[in-house]
Design a protein. Structure first.
Ligand code: F6R
Length: 241
């Protein structure tokens, strides 16, 4: 695991854009896209490089990590909508090539299996962007999630619902359930890139990178992966030994 500590959010975004841009330049890149606030600077930097003619996303495609269950795709906070408004709409990545779990599927268990099969059929994810929850979740694999889990429904903890309330009108509007790639699914991506910003993530980063490999800190599965880059600011790095 390589840990890259940068001075601020802008430098974190530059480093992440360098990594992702490398895959995009190779052509036919399969990007694993996280939502939430951590990757937003990186998406803005990738969009800038597209506008400046440095990157061309024509042959790229993407898979989202997760989606709220029961929230219509048209809802501005569905991850289907968020990834478009924050990233896809600002680059020449074909929206039809950006797939997400369908949180409105009738057969929600079957939807998890279908989504994993779609990732496998595409050849797997080249580079997976990840944020981390204050409780150590990645995707929405909350503490206690099986380290070999596949895409499935999970119940959000109250902590995560409180953390995400800032994106909604109030805490009661945050859905209770999500469809999330499992830890086993995420680990199949060929390169994991974790982004964390701010002191609020320092404990989770220390547990993920230096604590025991354990389902109690789902992000610790990164320790099991042969190619991981953790790109964080100094505040998020402040509890590392
Ligand atoms: C989002 C996701 C979550 C977030 C995590 C951190 O697709 O999978 O794991 O990455 O909750 O969220 P932020 O970046 O908003 O602190």
């Amino acid at each position: 695991m390589e840990i890259v500590i940068r001075a601020d959010e802008h430098e974190v975004a530059t480093t992440v854009a360098d990594i992702v841009g490398g895959y995009v330049r190779q052509g036919n890149a399969i990007l694993g896209l996280a939502t939430g606030s951590s990757p937003l600077g990186s998406y803005r930097e990738l969009a800038r490089r597209y506008r400046d003619g440095e990157l061309d996303f024509t042959t790229a495609s993407g898979f989202l990590l997760d989606e709220y269950v029961g929230l219509p795709k048209s809802h501005p906070q569905s991850y289907f909508s968020v990834i478009r408004s924050e990233f896809v709409d600002h680059v020449n990545l074909d929206p039809a090539r950006v797939l997400s779990p369908n949180g409105e599927a009738g057969d929600i268990a079957g939807e998890g299996r279908r989504y994993d099969a779609a990732i496998a059929a595409a050849g797997g994810v080249d580079v997976q962007l990840l944020g981390i929850g204050t409780d150590g979740h990645i995707g929405f694999n909350e503490p206690g999630s099986s380290l070999t889990s596949r895409t499935r429904v999970k119940t959000l903890t109250e902590q995560t619902r409180r953390d995400n309330a800032r994106f909604f009108d109030g805490p009661d509007d945050v859905p209770h359930h999500v469809l999330t790639q499992g830890l086993g699914t995420i680990r199949e991506a060929r390169h994991l890139v974790m982004i964390a910003l701010g002191a609020g993530k320092a404990d989770a980063i220390a547990a993920a990178a230096e604590g025991p490999l354990s389902a109690f800190c789902p992000a610790s599965v990164m320790q099991w992966h042969p190619h991981v880059t953790v790109v964080i600011d100094e505040a998020a790095a402040s509890k590392l030994k």
